[in-house]
Design a protein around this ligand. Sequence first.
Ligand code: FAD
Ligand code: NAP
Length: 313
Amino acid sequence: MGETRHSKVLIIGSGPAGYTAAVYSARAMLNPILVQGMQPGGQLTITTEVENWPGDTHVQGPDLMIRMEEHARAMGAEVVTDIITSLDLSKRPFVATGDSGTTYTADAVILATGAQARWLGLPSEEKFKGFGVSACATCDGFFYRGKEVVVIGGGNTAVEEALFLTNFATKVTLIHRRDSLRAEKIMQDRLFKHPKIQLLWNHTVDEVLGTDTPLGVTAVRALDVNTGAVTDVPCDGFFVAIGHAPASELVKDQLELHNGGYVKVEPGSTRTSIPGVFAAGDLTDHVYRQAVTSAGMGCMAALDAERFLAEHA
Ligand code: FAD
Ligand code: NAP
């Protein structure tokens, strides 16, 4: 049986929302405990250059997140390496159980569990995951030196992944289901100008093709959404970059959700459907989903929690 730790504020998640909530609640003398989860630093740890964090023209995502962690610790937050496996919000103090066996009780909870990569849901995608199929170019791009890769998606992530993969691959094919991208124009310009990148518009992927021994990808089967024609695009790696889904599993039966699983908050606040439980960042935001907006919501959540605790002392 593990130990029980009590805090006034328990912050679940270590992305920009969680660390900002930690900085603010530590400075409010609330002695927060922040549980980092399986991805310490959150989504920005799987990217390279971040160019839109105010104050930094260029910063590497992992470096920015190390700085945020150091900032939270320096202000007095306790940062814990653990994963919350269950959360009981039915009564106060709220009770969270960690994978380590530790039980965390708290007077207020800030949920900042962010989002996770979305997959196409194909059996062949599942079969080759880790053997040619990936959702993280920063993590796996290196394995495709001198090889050909395919990226699917039309948002900022897909364009960034495609550009990053040109550092390794001889050819990058970006497949998108429409004839225009939703990525920022500046990113699109870089993509269109790149000699190693080819675009396949109006196509989806309905199968990943490969070998069993050794397990590996040889092509993806692309389907023309207008004509139904099928084209096999040869590749050694297939990168899925079709967006992210909110990580609301812990609270899906306890809190009000909307827009496909995002935690619903009262407009203009971070208050969820349970008093004392606050949500910030990508977990609650299906519109902006940026580091700076997540950090802003982390700040709001800490201030909302502080007010709640003052009223319920
Ligand atoms: P996340 O960063 O998603 O962090 C979630 C945290 O919750 C993680 O630490 C995870 O470990 C933790 N967690 C989850 N479940 C549990 C659990 N059960 N127990 C404990 N902890 C848990 N935005 C920009 O503004 N600029 C960019 O250049 C940019 N580039 C990007 C590049 C890529 C490849 C991706 C994927 C995203 C990018 N974004 C960018 C978006 C940005 O990363 C997100 O908007 C931001 O990270 C969201 O922050 P967050 O704090 O809400 O959650
Ligand atoms: P996103 O903006 O939601 O884009 C997802 C893309 O995948 C869309 O183009 C979508 O097509 C496509 N798609 C979705 N489901 C699909 C399917 N089943 N099959 C084929 N294609 C599919 O996701 P994202 O690119 O991961 O970005 C998420 C958020 O992070 C955004 O707010 C983005 O701005 C932010 N971000 C910012 C930066 C940056 O600022 N540099 C970098 C990365 C991410 P449709 O276009 O047809 O819908």
